[in-house]
Design a protein around this ligand. Structure first.
Ligand code: GDD
Ligand code: GTP
Length: 425
């Protein structure tokens, strides 16, 4: 049998997702009408043999309760449980800590998905590659432009056999443009011994060694329990395990040609929204609004939202529950969250309008398009790096006729004059 683990991290993560993560844990933020994590879950449910899914993280117990209830309602044949780390144990440390739960029923393999990626999750193809090679591990990879590759885990593979020859997490200099998508399939008999030996190695080594790469800076030294004397670092798949697996010769990469994006900054929710809407459109999802003279697909409108028939929406727009869109408004490449109001003749482009925010009549809230191939949501304007997507936090208001351009606006702000390229605190 096969199981699946979704790694969600915890409240100390997702800081780049501010201001949106101030009000909601990032995995629950909705893109294309569903929480980010439910897009992962939906992909898992496509594999009939997966009956057990673990959400592993260090958020409070209550955070995923409603989401898990919903999963139970729609997929009663799948058990979904939240396993809480008492502190950040790292991506491998978390798996190891909950190995009894994962190993129960003796599954021969399990998937691990980073919750903060947006992709088509070709899990079945990963299984096929795994089976065809009697693999110990399969990683999902994608090609990115050379100059963004070092922001990710980089994979050197044999083009014929698809074997992973080398793996380096966020290398200092370019080694490959095939990068780690954050989706893995592991043989249980291989991964746990590998984590175990990484932990042993760790404890036998002086603790404050300096690492040759820059990641020494972001390495975390976390106390174990309350015992200050006995400290261990978080054990991470990417730093401590994957390069070892590359030495075993039974580690393979499935290169996806389909869409893939990371969801790190708040602005990256806009391209993720666009990609999942596009996927829903291609599969003729009934959830999407019907194309018309004023609806340029793909557009998602929550059934409780009120959209004036003269407003023009799309492409790539999601309108949340109870949002109100006035006459003559124009919305494109944007997310409008629950209870927000866009008043008549306002224009919202490349933006996220926060919960219960209000955009006045004839106002313009706009960001700048980012090239599709770019894996970044910041741009340089007048020599300054700014967010390309404009974001209004919860309960902000933009006065009538005011123009807001390339700004990030913290919750509860009132914008009464034109602003551009600013973080409004
Ligand atoms: N449970 C748990 N515990 N989850 C964690 C922890 C932890 O201590 N630390 C991180 N995570 C989760 C995050 O929520 C996220 O879903 C995933 O693990 C990876 O997060 P990061 O550790 O922040 O890594 P990253 O996103 O910078 O890079 C990873 O993902 C890239 C693809 O998006 C690496 O795997 C890269 O190689 C990869 O390219
Ligand atoms: P098509 O895309 O060709 O259908 O035309 P469009 O006019 O919708 O242009 P586009 O898709 O580029 O949508 C964004 C455009 O909306 C902006 O570039 C403006 O021309 C227009 N726009 C700007 N301000 C407003 C406004 O206050 N109200 C409305 N309804 N539209 C505006």
């Amino acid at each position: 049998t096969t199981k699946a683990v979704i790694l969600v991290g915890g409240p100390s993560r997702g800081t780049r997702f501010r201001p949106l993560s101030l009000d909601l844990p990032k995995p629950l933020f909705e893109v294309a009408g569903h929480p980010i994590i439910s897009h992962c879950f939906a992909a898992i449910t496509k594999l009939p043999e997966i009956r057990e899914v673990f959400i592993v993280g260090y958020y409070d117990e209550s955070v995923f309760r409603d989401f898990i209830k919903d999963c139970g309602r729609t997929h009663s044949n799948i058990s979904v449980r939240y396993l809480r780390e008492y502190q950040a144990l790292g991506t491998a440390g978390g798996l190891y800590h909950f190995r009894d739960a994962i190993l129960k029923g003796r599954p021969d393999r399990f998937f691990v998905l980073n919750a903060d990626v947006c992709c088509s999750f070709p899990l079945e193809q990963m299984q096929q590659l795994f089976d065809a090679n009697d693999a110990e591990a399969v990683i999902l990879g994608t090609r990115v432009p050379n100059d963004s590759a070092t922001n990710f885990g980089c994979i050197v593979s044999d083009p014929q056999s698809k074997r992973v020859l080398h793996y380096v997490e966020k290398p200092e200099s370019f080694i490959s443009n095939l990068i780690n998508c954050g989706v893995y399939l592991f043989a249980t008999e291989a991964i746990f011994p590998s984590i175990k030996s990484a932990m042993t190695r760790r404890s036998e080594r002086p603790r404050l060694v300096s690492y040759p790469s820059s990641d020494a800076l972001d390495r975390q030294y976390v106390p174990q329990g309350d015992d200050d004397d006995q400290k261990t670092e978080a054990i991470r798949l990417e730093h401590d395990i994957l390069s070892d697996l590359a030495d075993t010769s039974r580690f393979y990469v499935l290169e996806t040609k389909d869409f893939w994006r990371q969801i790190k900054t708040a602005g990256s929710a806009v391209p993720a929204n666009a990609l999942y809407l596009m996927k829903a459109f291609q599969t003729q999802s009934k959830e999407l609004a019907k194309p018309s003279a004023t609806i340029l697909p793909p557009v998602f409108i929550h059934p409780t939202a009120q959209v004036d028939p003269t407003a023009k929406l799309g492409p790539n727009v999601s309108i949340g529950p109870r949002a109100v869109i006035g006459a003559g408004a124009r919305i494109k490449e944007s997310i409008v969250l629950e209870d927000a109001e866009i008043r008549h003749d306002a224009c919202v482009l490349y933006s996220i309008i926060g919960w219960s925010s209000r955009v006045g009549a004839w106002a313009r809230v706009e960001g700048t398009p980012t090239p599709v191939r770019e894996h970044s949501t910041s741009i340089v304007k007048n020599g300054v790096k700014v967010q390309s997507i404009t974001i209004l936090g919860k309960e902000c208001s933009v006065a009538d006729e005011v123009r807001v351009q390339n700004c990030v606006c913290l919750p509860f702000k009132e914008l009464k004059r034109d602003v551009q390229n600013e973080v409004i605190m």
